[in-house]
Design a protein around this ligand. Structure first.
Ligand SMILES: Nc1ncnc2c1ncn2[C@@H]1O[C@H](COP(=O)(O)OP(=O)(O)OP(=O)(O)O)[C@@H](O)[C@H]1O
Length: 229
């Protein structure tokens, strides 16, 4: 479990983020552009620029560091070196490479290919496999399907859902698209202007959102009429 008791991020002239929330199993961090989602992820990854002031009080049942956190970015193409064979982009044994490739449902023959020979969906699976090769405890996903077409988007969502049920890892899924996380994340945190304005179980927030901002987010992304107000 991960408890963010306090996370405050400010620039010299503005408070950008002031939040607290827990991740018990799988949580989605949802908000419009500029609401503070990326800054929150960067704070967890210790990647905030030094120009920003940070106050952090975070408790977790494991040490938070490069070995325990996996990060899946929006654009998988930026995560891999295009001139390096897939097998040389892992830092683990050959057995582990094969094990995690099977976990993400890819053929081990892809290890001998270059990223340019793979589809966007396959590359995103490789990025996930590389994260899983490190025995991580927390998987951070930053809009992992944005750069993919509809078919690959559905496949990656199904894969993350499958991995969640098979692996014992916490998930924090950042998105502005509520529909993509409804089957993956048990809990939702709604961010607006760097503040948590609503949080709770996904099923409750989707069926009875309290804030107009949440209703707007749901109505703008949800195609499934049963959740509409
Ligand atoms: N290095 C920085 N210095 C000053 N302000 C920043 C910095 N990085 C981000 N911000 C500001 O902090 C706020 C939150 O930014 P953040 O990137 O976390 O938003 P976001 O919710 O991830 O948006 P998007 O969905 O567009 O990625 C924005 O107003 C942004 O302009």
């Amino acid at each position: 479990m991960l408890k963010i008791n306090k996370l405050k991020i400010s620039s010299p002239n503005k408070q950008l983020v002031d939040i607290s929330f827990d991740i018990k199993d799988s949580s989605a961090l949802i908000g419009e552009s500029g609401s503070g989602k990326s800054l929150t992820l960067k704070a967890l990854l210790n990647l905030l620029p030094s120009s920003l002031q940070v106050e952090k009080d975070i408790y977790s049942t494991f040490e938070l560091n490069y070995d325990t956190i996996g990060f899946i970015p929006q654009n998988p193409f930026t995560s891999l070196s295009m001139m390096t064979k897939i097998k040389d982009q892992f830092f683990c044994s050959n057995e582990k490479k094969e094990e995690v490739l099977k976990l993400v449902d890819l053929d081990i023959s892809l290890l001998n290919k270059f990223p340019s020979q793979l589809s966007g969906g396959q590359i995103q699976r490789i990025v996930i496999a590389i994260a899983l090769s490190r025995n991580i405890k927390l998987l951070l996903l930053d809009e992992p399907t944005t750069a993919l077409d509809e078919e690959n988007k559905t496949n990656i969502i199904n894969l993350i859902n499958d991995l969640k049920s098979r692996l014992n890892i916490l998930i924090l899924f950042v998105t502005h698209d509520i529909e993509s996380i409804k089957d993956i994340c048990n809990e939702i945190i709604i961010l607006k202007d760097g503040q948590v304005i609503e949080k709770g179980f996904t099923i409750d927030v989707l069926s009875t959102p309290k804030e107009d901002y949440t209703k707007k987010l749901i109505n703008s992304t949800f195609k499934n009429k049963q959740f509409r107000n």
